[in-house]
Design a protein around this ligand. Sequence first.
Ligand code: 13P
Ligand code: SF4
Length: 368
Amino acid sequence: MRDGFAVSEFPVPALDFTPAVEAETRPLWEKLKSRVTPIEWRTQAPLILAINALKREKNAVILAHNYMTPEIFHGVGDYVGDSLGLAREAARSDAAIIVQAGVHFMAETSKILAPDKTVLIPDLRAGCSLASSITAADVRLIKQRYPGVPVVTYVNTSAEVKAETDICCTSANAVQVVEAAAAEWGVDRVILIPDEYLAKNVARQTEIKIIAWQGRCEVHERFTGADMAELREAYPNAEILAHPECPTDVIEASDFTGSTAAMSDYVMRRKPKQVVLITECSMADNVAVDAPETEFVRPCNLCPHMKRITLENIYQTLLTGQFEVTVDPAIAARARAAVQRMVDLPPPLKPARYDLVKARHHVEVELI
Ligand code: 13P
Ligand code: SF4
């Protein structure tokens, strides 16, 4: 057990929904009541107050991804956003402890950028199908096969893979990073790993040739062009927003494509009457809380990894210090160079969007 953390046993001791708890959490309840049932709230409200008190006591912050459930996202997240936003926040946070309400690669990225801080993840099993699709040994072989070609790696990868990488990217800046890497290396092709669909979608946005790995996000790969056609027929007036981890025919049929933060920004600024978010389920719940005038159609898929994070295990994490995420310092130093190169690029003035005219033109990518 780490210093400063109490020994505590699972499950979480019952915290009471007293009149005082009810009164203190009423403003949040008013916000969340369209997404949370009264029965759930009686468990969630005392946990939210307990977590927020523990954060103050331990000088901790919670970095919560857009795919967290609404009671986490709106109730205890100090910084919420997409992978790029959370990485930037980890780099500049002055808290002693970062609790990553997200998946393991996000916690590793925080540790890489903030090596002196304690980084905790509430459930070590919160993985990612993209991160597990490729190993550092695979990247070493790829580099042997394509000498002199820069390796751009999606942040959805392990620290070991990042350590073999020239520069990282996220869905919010992948086109910008690919073009920056090609310019810096003075080449016209770039290796973009491990998401095949992101690579294909990026290839349509740039003149740079893309060499891709065949990893997939198990959530976004399930959306199909046929789903899009059905949605168009059933909801002719809905605006359809898709994440760039989706297959190319899904992106071709969308009205907007961007990172999770870009989708949220789109809804908040354009306030469409009816919208469909082609992404993980909690995303729509979280945006809907702040966009009551928009109707959300929800053909979503759940990410089983993101859903491992709960208020209960966040509370446990803060109480016990379990589970600390560490990265071997030698690996971290090499991975940091790749992540830092990305973080040091100028942030886009507004969240990057994919050009949908270009997105409809087929471009070959070389599959490894
Ligand atoms: P964003 O960077 O768009 O938040 O995506 C992260 C992720 O895991 C999407 O599946
Ligand atoms: Fe990984 Fe996909 Fe889950 Fe994101 S949604 S964490 S890419 S499996």
